[in-house]
Design a protein around this ligand. Structure first.
Ligand code: SF4
Length: 545
């Protein structure tokens, strides 16, 4: 070697040389591997926290792991913040996905977190609505749910574009320095009923339209449903990479999920029995559960997923074992595995007819579903729609629809009322409340979403105030909290009777304006102050702290 030649560097593996998740997903066709990490309670020096940190560091250093994904207070419990662990990992050059859920943070706190994460070098976020809190210091914490996962995606998409803040004078600030987040979203199609599954798909489309760069599906153990998701996305032209969720089961984990302790995560009775049988063995079923996970990785590859998203309470060597096993399978072995891992439930809705040869989805859309969408199918369903809904449609069309005669009258009336004395305005507001509280259990939010959700109030009837589609927590059509039917499942049924269900989430992202709380929603609609008017943002006190 001449003296002037630069020294040839043959480094041992350095995690810094790993490509980013964005590069892996957009510039290569590689099948990626992400591992989900759950932080524990207490500070980072607690024994359990150190265990997670050590596992994370070992995984971080391994070239087979493309990204580590860190949860945000999963199951609605307070845990060590994801950033603490994440900061250690990105300092080691590891790709990290930070989960951001709306249950514990309002929009300002989430925006602030976004700036903090971008400043700290984080690039990947997973935008979630989150589970309702289930515990808390000296009593259960309330859920925040100021915005939902779709609104959160919009916020981060806008931050990427260079956020312009509204100013007091009606203008806008100069665009801020843009962030460059790769934004993930979640979909949960492991649902029993059509009125749960279809709104999940509509919401997925909305998330992608709002800027989701990649998708992770909720855990589930039915290859037909996994296949259906990919086929549905292709059918609808939804072209973003999807990671196949492989949650590594165990005896206790299967019991936990079978009892539906985590909303939206289900182990069917049949699978539960299989798990319990294997959990009796000397190794507590470990060999079976790791192979079961490896088979799912293989199925994911075979079905066209862009990667595996592996979670569960397992050790470093277990992850390696799963990946080794997955690599050892033959190219077409997944077809047989897909026949084995078919844990669905009786009468479960599927968008596509079954392919009898593979047990997966065919290309034929569910014939009963299609029949239910014909004029006679809709007519039949209209027989089950409540009369009040039918009346609300008529009133809305005649009074609140923008081009209607009633709307013009309403606008003139509320224009006058706006200039009237406070006493007159109070009386008008009380009359409005009397009607809406009786008819809709209205909570006087002032930014009414009744027309968006088939005249069902998200403030009083949705535990998470979801305004852009259902959360992933429904259980057989029921809300994850309490025993009521999910408002979005009900809205789907109502709209479908009129052939309007496929458009239920069309339109802009709905973000409630808290400044309108306690004001007249009718006035706000007629005078163009609420989200129906185009989300015109209110002037902001630029000097406000
Ligand atoms: S009503 Fe539906 S969307 Fe709202 S919290 Fe319950 S399950 Fe989720």
């Amino acid at each position: 070697m001449s003296q002037t030649s630069p020294p040839t560097r043959v480094p041992r593996f350095e995690p810094w040389y790993k490509p980013t998740l964005r590069q892996r997903l957009s510039q290569t066709g590689a099948f990626v591997t992400c591992v989900e990490l759950v932080t524990s309670r207490g500070i980072i020096t607690e024994r359990s926290s150190r265990r997670v940190l050590e596992l994370a560091r070992r995984l971080a250093e391994h070239p087979r792991i493309d990204a580590l994904s860190i949860t945000d207070n999963p199951g609605g419990n307070a845990m060590l913040g994801a950033d603490t662990l994440g900061t250690d990992l990105i300092a080691r050059g590891q790709e990290v996905i930070i989960h951001l859920s709306c249950k514990d943070w309002n929009r300002n706190a989430l925006q602030s977190r976004g700036w903090e994460l971008a400043s700290g070098g984080f690039e990947n976020v997973l935008c979630l609505s989150g589970d309702c809190p289930t515990s808390g210091y000296e009593g259960q914490a309330p859920g925040v749910f100021d915005i939902d996962s779709v609104a959160l995606l919009k916020m981060f998409t806008d931050m990427n574009a260079g956020l312009e803040m509204p100013l007091r004078n009606g203008g806008r600030s100069k665009p801020m320095q843009h962030t460059s987040f790769l934004k993930g979203a979640v979909v949960n199609n492991f649902k029993l009923r059509e009125n749960e599954v279809m709104p999940q798909y509509f919401k997925l489309a909305k998330k992608i339209d709002t800027g989701a760069d990649f998708v992770i599906n909720q855990l589930g153990y039915d290859a037909r449903k996994q296949d259906e998701l990919m086929k549905y996305m292709r059918h609808k032209g939804l072209d973003v990479p999807v990671l196949y969720n492989v949650y590594v089961l165990s005896g206790p984990a299967s019991r936990f999920f079978n009892s539906v302790k985590i909303p939206g995560c289900l182990v069917t009775d049949e699978l539960f029995e299989v798990c319990q049988k294997h959990a009796q063995s000397l190794d507590k079923g470990k060999a079976f559960f790791l192979e079961f996970a490896a088979k799912q990785v293989a199925i994911g590859k075979g079905l066209g997923y862009r990667g595996a998203y592996i979670g569960g309470h397992i050790q470093f060597d277990d992850y390696m074992r799963i990946l080794d096993l997955a690599e050892s399978f033959g190219e077409d072995d997944w077809v047989q595995f897909a026949k084995e891992i078919r844990y669905d439930r009786d009468n479960e809705f599927h968008y596509f007819e079954i392919d009898p040869d593979t047990g997966l989805s065919s290309d034929v859309i569910n014939q009963r579903y299609l029949a239910s969408k014909t004029p006679s199918g809709k007519k039949r369903q209209r027989g089950f729609v409540p009369l009040t809904y039918k009346m609300n449609r008529v009133v809305h069309d005649r009074v609140f629809e923008r081009d209607s005669a009633g709307y013009n009258v309403g606008r003139r009336v509320y224009d006058k009322l706006d200039g009237a004395s406070a006493k007159v305005r109070r009386v008008a507001h009380k009359l409005e409340n009397a009607v809406k509280m009786f008819g809709f259990d209205c909570r006087d939010c002032g930014d009414c979403s009744l027309p968006d959700i088939a005249y069902l109030c998200p403030e009083s009837q949705c535990a998470k105030n979801q305004r852009n589609g259902p959360c992933g927590g429904t259980r057989d059509g029921k809300c994850e909290v309490g025993e009521k039917d999910c408002i979005w499942a009900r809205a789907y049924d109502r709209l479908k009777a009129y052939g309007e269900e496929e458009q239920m989430l069309d339109g802009k992202v709905i973000i409630k304006d808290a400044a309108l709380q306690g004001t007249s929603a009718w006035a706000n609609t007629f005078l163009g102050r609420d989200h129906h008017a185009g989300n015109e943002e209110k002037p902001e006190d630029s000097n406000a702290q």
